[in-house]
Design a protein around this ligand. Structure first.
Ligand code: SF4
Length: 285
């Protein structure tokens, strides 16, 4: 049985960077480390980090003078950052640079007295953080239909949540044109990590008999990866650990595909691949 990995899978740049920053601090003996919100949407990785001394807090008030606080890849508002810096011994800012770019674009536009329209989910932590950089001027819209309800816009900047679909962003930008006299400044701030993983899974799905997507059941990018695989491979499964592989599903199988969501660590992917090789050897014996 052949086990084939998709060309792009697992940790995106921002999540990998955040985990490395925390691991570097652990290596320096820094403790206790507390992440504001879960550092990563993967229960197994959170458990591993927990054993090393990393825990989660929900609000800056839970940090104390001994705490090394971590801002995760989604980023936070400037006010929350100040609150953390005021309470914790040290703050590790692991905001993904792609998110920082959106924050700074919104901040600069607002300082120039311009309005900002962000295509995204207003309840997502990344969006809450971005709005904090330009609270009086920023409108977050889920899609083009929500633009109609906005007031007339002043020299607007249009940007996007890093993980939304390009089509949604372009439709929002088009709708904004009808809401202003000046040509809007449109800056595509979508990060390619999600799309790259989906494209790679799609390319592999037609070549395999069974496909495993490794990721949390509540991780939206993992659930979307599963949907992409299912378009071409009926036997596609979302699993969190190798223990969830049902040996009967890979019996008499020639080729198995594997991919993983952007929050799935490599060690977990290695465990799944090893288990599949083991099952393949058992079947051949
Ligand atoms: S998905 Fe993209 S923007 Fe979000 S953390 Fe990963 S690399 Fe950064």
């Amino acid at each position: 049985m052949e086990v084939l990995l998709a060309d792009e899978y697992g940790f995106c740049f921002g999540v990998e960077r955040a985990v490395e920053m925390v691991e570097d601090a652990l290596d320096e003996g820094v403790r206790p480390i507390r992440s504001l919100g879960p550092l990563i949407h993967n229960a197994q990785e959170m458990e591993r980090l927990g054993e090393l001394g990393v825990s989660t807090i929900d609000v800056p008030d839970e940090a104390d003078a001994d705490t090394i606080a971590v801002i995760r890849a989604h980023g936070v508002t400037p006010q929350v950052q100040r609150d953390l810096e005021g309470r914790a011994a040290k703050v590790i800012d692991a905001t993904c640079p792609f998110v920082t770019r959106v924050q700074h674009l919104a901040e600069r536009a607002a300082l120039d007295g311009r309005d900002v329209v962000v295509a995204g989910n207003p309840d997502h932590p990344e969006m809450i953080g971005v709005v904090g950089y330009a609270p009086a001027n920023t409108y977050v819209v889920r899609d083009a239909s929500e633009v109609a309800a906005l007031p007339q816009l002043r020299s607007p900047l249009v940007v996007s949540q890093t993980t939304i679909k390009l089509k949604t962003f372009l439709e929002v930008a088009e709708a904004v044109r009808a809401k202003t006299d000046a040509e809007p400044q449109v800056v595509n701030t979508i990060c390619s990590a999600t799309r790259d993983r989906q494209d790679a899974a799609r390319a592999l799905a037609g070549q395999v008999d069974v496909f495993y997507v490794i990721g949390g059941r509540h991780s939206s990018n993992s659930v979307k990866l599963l949907a992409v695989c299912q378009e071409q491979c009926d036997k596609s499964f979302l699993i969190e650990t190798p223990a969830e592989i049902n040996p009967a599903d890979v019996e008499n199988t020639q080729r198995v595909g594997v991919t993983a969501g952007a929050s799935t660590p490599n060690w977990l992917i290695d465990q799944v691949v090893s288990r599949l090789h083991e099952l393949g050897k058992q079947a051949a014996a």
